[in-house]
Design a protein around this ligand. Structure first.
Ligand SMILES: C[S@@+](CC[C@H](N)C(=O)[O-])C[C@H]1O[C@@H](n2cnc3c(N)ncnc32)[C@H](O)[C@@H]1O
Length: 263
């Protein structure tokens, strides 16, 4: 059920690409270097923002595999690959948690704005460690646990006796990122925070959550009656109104750009 929700959510986002989504993804290249001839995996490639950039960097002697579960976004990625005449990118429609390439195959594994969507992050990290060649690296982004007004959403639910699990919690602090990566044997761990937050108008901030939608394997909102959902949504709107300042409502997006190596 959860994976299907993820597929439906991203298949509906055929307008995914814009300057913001592209720039925040390719910012991973500010912290990593690829060389001609290298083999790269882009996990949850979506519309291929990382995969295309990586393909240009590794050149025709290198290759890039982009994997994703959202067919509609992969179609957009394929169109972009054709438009740019890139012959070294292969797209595969597969669940990242089920993908099992050869061991020691990749010089680099990227995963931009997606890792928290995988229910078993420790297992995914162990797999990535195995897929990497010695000396290879992983590079991914994750967000602080209080990004995207999550705390206001959690607070509104708590007022009505509903405990909402936060998707961003497992990798939501530098300490937890460090711990999970160390457990998976990664070394030379770098965590680069970037604040991409902005002020939103009150109406926009309130419209950021409809009282119902929440991506998580354990999502108690799925079971609630519409009346209760409306009450929670009203509490969320009240909660957001208390955050309004002259500049608007601060919408935190503290992104951790993470790089770690297999020695
Ligand atoms: C926020 S988008 C990021 C896309 C791209 N990495 C970028 O930064 O432009 C999240 C992507 O994760 C993909 N995704 C989520 N769960 C997945 C899974 N289990 N296996 C493969 N892809 C998954 C979604 O389909 C979506 O394309």
């Amino acid at each position: 059920m959860y994976k299907q929700e993820v597929i439906n959510f991203y298949n509906a986002r055929t307008n995914y690409d814009n300057d913001v989504t592209r720039n925040r993804a390719v910012a991973l290249f500010d912290y990593t270097t690829l060389f001609p001839g290298q083999q790269v995996l882009d996990v949850a490639t979506g519309t291929g923002n990382i995969a295309l950039e990586a393909a240009k960097k590794v050149g025709t002697r290198g290759s890039v595999i982009g994997i994703d579960i959202a067919t509609e976004l992969l179609k957009i990625a394929q169109q972009k690959i054709q438009a740019e005449n890139l012959s070294n990118v292969q797209l595969i429609e597969v669940d990242a948690e089920a993908y099992q390439p050869e061991s020691n195959e990749f010089d680099a594994i990227y995963c931009s704005f997606a890792i928290v969507l995988f229910p078993n992050i420790p297992k995914v990290l162990k797999n990535w460690y195995r897929f990497l060649k010695e000396g290879g690296f992983i590079a991914f982004t994750c967000s602080s646990e209080d990004s995207y007004l999550a705390l206001s959403i959690l607070e509104a639910c708590a007022k009505h006796g509903v405990t909402l699990p936060n998707l961003h919690k497992p990798l939501g602090t530098p300490e937890r990122i460090q711990q999970l990566l160390t457990q998976a044997n990664f070394t030379q761990i770098e965590i680069h925070p970037r604040q991409l937050g902005t002020y939103l108008s009150l109406e926009t901030a309130q419209s950021r959550w409809n009282g119902q939608f929440w991506l998580h394997t354990d999502n108690p909102l799925r079971e609630l009656k519409s009346e209760k959902i409306s009450q929670i949504k009203a509490s969320y709107d009240d909660e957001i109104a208390t955050l309004e300042t002259e500049q608007g409502v601060w919408h935190e997006e503290l992104i951790y750009y993470v790089v770690a190596r297999k020695e």
